[in-house]
Design a protein around this ligand. Structure first.
Ligand SMILES: Nc1ncnc2c1ncn2[C@@H]1O[C@H](COP(=O)(O)OP(=O)(O)OP(=O)(O)O)[C@@H](O)[C@H]1O
Length: 264
């Protein structure tokens, strides 16, 4: 199956909400490149603009300035081709549709032909066999996130955008979802971006961790996670400390800027 993801380029991308005295600069001009087929985790203080950046890459928000391209195409073009999928903290499933119905609908929305066998196979791959006919209200939070990921993957997206997909489930469930679900897209060469508040999760799952300062976000750390670090606890711990140090440095810079007297 050939669906290696594209590179993603953000050139001087900015977003300001509102106007006049009430305007809010959510993202100041940022230039970022994400390599094709890589998974990048975006971490940074709450409110620094991570979700806004992700939503602009998804084509759900229009940048106030700059340009975003995915393999040379606009986010809207990627969306029209059904090549882009996004999952949020809240699984946002249709409550009246079954697990099967929610997943099948994603194919329809991406203008793909129905494929009952692919839907059954995807249900099994995310570990929901036996729950095909269940409605979202009959599922646990973790199971609903499994459906949300299945709904993304059923369209074989070339770009996968994840906004805290496991943020609303308990720690044990999160650990399990982190072990079971990412291999489903990691093997396929999909270009993935994931916003997460968990530094441990970022280091465990991503090929690269991008660390932002508080709003307006600057990149304060850009840390590659070599494949050999995956199974190496000591290496992961060292990388986690590196990400935490970048976050702390970002905070220190921000507060020195906000309160210059404090540094004197
Ligand atoms: N639609 C909107 N209208 C006005 N302001 C918005 C809108 N969406 C986001 N913002 C503001 O933009 C800023 C960045 O928000 P964003 O959700 O991108 O941050 P974040 O880094 O994802 O935060 P968190 O980690 O808490 O989810 C915040 O100050 C937020 O209040």
């Amino acid at each position: 199956m050939e669906h290696t993801g594209p590179d993603i380029r953000c050139a001087d991308v900015a977003k300001t909400f509102g106007g006049g005295t009430t305007s809010l600069e959510a993202v100041a001009p940022l230039t970022l490149d994400f390599a094709a087929g890589q998974m990048t985790a975006l971490v940074g203080p709450s409110g620094c603009g991570k979700s806004t950046l992700l939503r602009m890459i998804a084509g759900l928000e229009v940048p106030s300035a700059g340009q975003i391209t995915l393999g040379g195409q606009s986010p809207q073009d990627m969306q029209r081709q059904g090549a882009l999928a996004m999952a949020f903290q809240d699984a946002s499933l249709l409550p009246w549709r079954s697990v099967r119905g929610n997943i099948a609908l994603a194919r329809k929305l991406a203008r793909m032909s129905p494929d009952a066998a692919a839907v059954e196979d995807m249900i099994a791959r995310v570990g929901l066999s036996g729950f095909e006919d269940a409605r979202p209200a009959e599922l646990s939070g973790g199971m609903r996130q499994r459906v949300a990921i299945a709904r993304c993957l059923i369209t074989q997206p070339r770009v996968l955008l994840l906004d805290e997909p496991f943020g609303a489930v308990d720690e044990l469930t999160r650990t399990r979802l982190n072990l079971e679900l990412p291999p489903l897209w990691q093997a396929s060469g999909t270009t993935a971006l994931m916003v997460t508040h968990s530094v441990r999760e970022a280091v465990a799952l991503a090929d690269r961790v991008l660390v932002f300062s508080s709003r307006p976000a600057r990149v304060v750390g850009d840390i590659m996670i070599p494949p050999e670090a995956r199974g190496d606890k000591a290496r992961q711990l060292a990388l986690t400390e590196q990400v935490n140090a970048a976050l702390a440095q970002g905070w220190a810079d921000d507060s020195a800027q906000a309160h210059p007297w404090a540094a004197q």
